[in-house]
Design a protein around this ligand. Structure first.
Ligand code: AMP
Length: 249
């Protein structure tokens, strides 16, 4: 079985992003970029499936600017066999990415697509679900355990108050939750090996996909900064402040 893993290049999770002065977005010039953490988990899970003999080939896909090649090389250093870059300088919103992935799924015919549950830049949590809808495939989101059994896959999800286990017919779409696994450390020999793995570049036009944005960002703003706290001398003062200043009791 072939597994397709979409990996997004995002601002590194350690970076404190700054809103641009014209409020049109966040400043990503000269900022460290990395693979979306949930996608690293998706690649790791695909590699584990391959190690268990449930997957034969892992194809990593990234949609975006030329530098997404670095993200694909990271995926290949974790263990993906090859990479596909859908190169575009346009702003790619979840629906456009889902359409690009659908076109690649039609071409590559994977048995499983494993995406992150959400990208930490747009926090959309939409691409996997949209892809499953476009393909009309079964989907299981926020997976915390994945087990392939013959022509089905069992997916456990953490839901309010417990665990839910779904059994999906393959081919299927899965999105990963944080607790699915802990991605392996990428070693230098594997980084070197990844440089030699095949990386194809295609364009949205060659896949016949119109990636024009459907949504318009009106304004991006910092959350209001919190007012400093005060230490109250006793309970009576606290109650007085809650009643008369905060007016919450
Ligand atoms: P989102 O719906 O934007 O929160 O993204 C959910 C998941 O879709 C990510 O974790 C990735 O697996 C995949 N994805 C989103 N955008 C891209 C992209 N530009 N290239 C590759 N994969 C993507």
């Amino acid at each position: 079985m072939k597994v397709l893993v979409p990996v997004k290049r995002v601002v590194d999770y350690n970076v404190k992003v700054r809103v641009k002065s014209d409020h049109t977005g966040v400043d990503i010039a000269n900022v460290k970029m990395s693979m979306n953490p949930f996608d690293e988990i998706a690649v790791e899970e695909a590699v584990r499936l391959k190690e268990k003999g449930a997957a034969a080939e892992i194809v990593a896909v990234s949609c975006g600017v030329a530098q997404c090649q670095e993200t694909l090389r990271t995926a290949m250093a974790i263990g993906a066999d090859r990479g596909i870059l859908v190169q575009s300088d346009a702003e790619l919103q979840p629906l456009a990415v889902a359409k690009l992935l659908k076109a690649l799924v039609d071409k590559e015919q994977p048995g499983l697509v494993v995406l992150g549950k959400q990208a930490i830049d747009d926090d959309a949590n939409q691409t996997g679900q949209m892809l499953a809808a476009l393909l009309d495939w079964p989907q299981a989101t926020n997976a915390s355990r994945v087990e392939v059994q013959g022509d089905r896959v069992q997916v456990t999800r953490e839901v309010d108050g417990g665990l839910e286990t779904l059994s999906l017919a393959l081919p299927a779409v899965i999105t990963t939750d944080l607790r699915l696994n802990e991605p392996r450390y990428v070693t230098l020999p594997n980084i070197m090996k990844a440089k030699k793995k095949p990386l194809d570049t295609v364009t949205p036009e060659s896949l016949g996909v119109d990636v024009a944005p459907r949504l318009k960002t009106l304004k991006v703003a910092e959350p209001p900064s919190r007012a400093a706290g005060v230490i109250v001398p006793d309970v009576a003062t606290l109650v007085d402040k809650l009643k008369n200043e905060a007016k919450v009791v």
